[in-house]
Design a binder for this molecule. Structure first.
Ligand code: Z3R
Length: 364
């Protein structure tokens, strides 16, 4: 563990479920006169006001997450307790999948990229599930992409570490990726909740629109029911006993999801259908999903989503470049430098030149 003085906060990246995320520089000494400037993402988590110090159980949970090392999981580098806050320091990633879909790929992501992205997401999920770590809130905002096009998942294990339903920021909680068992109040949930989210992300990548964009818990449930049919004991044994299930729910008939996602290939729909199964224990496991024929074309290949051409467009409106907004949570760290919202022509030219130099170096 280090302390806050090892980092220089540059800008606010966004607000997540557990707190505000900043882009920062890690200032590590590399010798008597040299300091390495390394980009990081710092998540400021506000803990309960009633507690003194950071609970040992929380620190233990978070310390375990530091050991969760995998190419498709964002690395937790550092943990800084600063009661009543806790700072988590992660490797910096260039953008998230939501940004990626909204800007670089607003006209749709090429099929090969969708496959690569899905494969990397499932590899990360499989690794965490094999280590008994669940996410519970997978969504495009915590699927992160770096410059080389590597996909890494953020926030795995945080739901258990901070098991609180309280949202500490202005973030509007998205229900679009939430599994039906959670929406129906099941308390003992399993890894299958993440598989449902992966299915929703998959459909959104392919169809360029969210599959179940509910604006309340009941609207979310009804959007799912309208598409897949209202679940009953025949398709989901035990559903009637879930806390928030009601016999008065409207009864929509069972439908095939294929009609809803007409632009997906037969193999893609085959996989999607097995990810979006109502009964959690019948839902595909991440490990088995990776064996789907859908992935045959990329199996063993390293197809990456290069962000080379993306960067210029993204810098113009990425939330990472927006000035920080006022938060109700008192901020004791403030960005020391905020980039302008638009890139100046000379910066653009410099960026292109840097890129060309880099490409020439690489091709030698
Ligand atoms: C770790 C944990 C959460 C986040 C990390 C790293 N990086 C994030 S969120 C991020 C998000 C963008 S850039 C970096 S965005 O501008 O695309 N929203």
């Amino acid at each position: 563990m280090s302390n806050l003085s090892n980092y220089k906060v540059l800008s606010k990246i966004g607000e997540g479920t557990y707190g505000v995320v900043y882009k920062a520089e890690s200032l590590t000494s590399e010798g008597p006169d040299e300091i390495a400037h390394d980009l990081v993402a710092m998540k400021k988590i506000r803990l309960s006001d009633h507690q003194e110090g950071v609970p040992v159980t929380t620190l233990r949970e978070v310390a375990l997450l530091k050991q969760l090392c995998h190419p498709n999981i964002v690395r937790l580098r550092d943990i800084i307790p600063s009661s009543p806050k806790l700072y988590l320091v992660f490797d910096f990633m260039d953008l998230d999948l939501k940004q990626c879909m909204d800007s670089r790929f607003c006209d749709g992501m090429p099929d090969e990229y969708i496959k690569s992205c899905m494969e990397q997401i499932l590899r990360g999920v499989d690794f965490c599930h094999s280590n008994d770590v669940l996410h519970r809130d997978l969504k495009p905002q915590n699927v992160l992409i770096d410059r080389e096009g590597r996909v890494k998942l953020a926030d795995f294990g945080l739901a258990r570490a901070f098991h609180s339903n309280k949202i500490y920021t202005h973030e509007v909680v998205t229900l679009w990726y939430r599994a039906p068992e959670l929406l129906l109040g099941q308390e003992k949930y399993t890894a299958a909740v993440d598989i449902w989210s992966v299915g929703c992300i998959f459909a959104e990548l392919a169809c360029r629109k969210p599959l179940f964009p509910g604006d309340s818990e009941i609207d979310e449930l009804f959007k799912i029911f309208k598409c897949l049919g209202t679940p009953d004991e025949a398709v989901w044994p035990g559903v009637g006993s879930l806390p928030w299930y009601q016999d008065q729910f409207p009864r929509w008939s069972t439908k095939e999801i294929g009609a809803e996602v007409a632009m997906m290939s037969e193999e893609a729909v085959g996989l999607l259908q097995r990810l979006l199964v109502y009964e959690p224990c019948q839902r595909l496991k991440a490990e088995d999903a990776l064996e789907s024929p859908y992935f045959d074309a990329v199996r063993g290949k390293d197809v990456l989503l290069s962000l080379d051409d993306y960067k210029l467009a993204a810098d113009n409106f990425s939330p990472a470049s927006e000035p920080p907004t006022q938060s109700t949570v008192s901020d004791d760290i403030q960005p020391v430098h905020v980039r302008s919202t638009t890139l100046q022509p000379e910066q653009l030219q410099l960026d292109i030149e840097n890129r060309q130099t880099k490409k020439r170096k690489v091709s030698k």
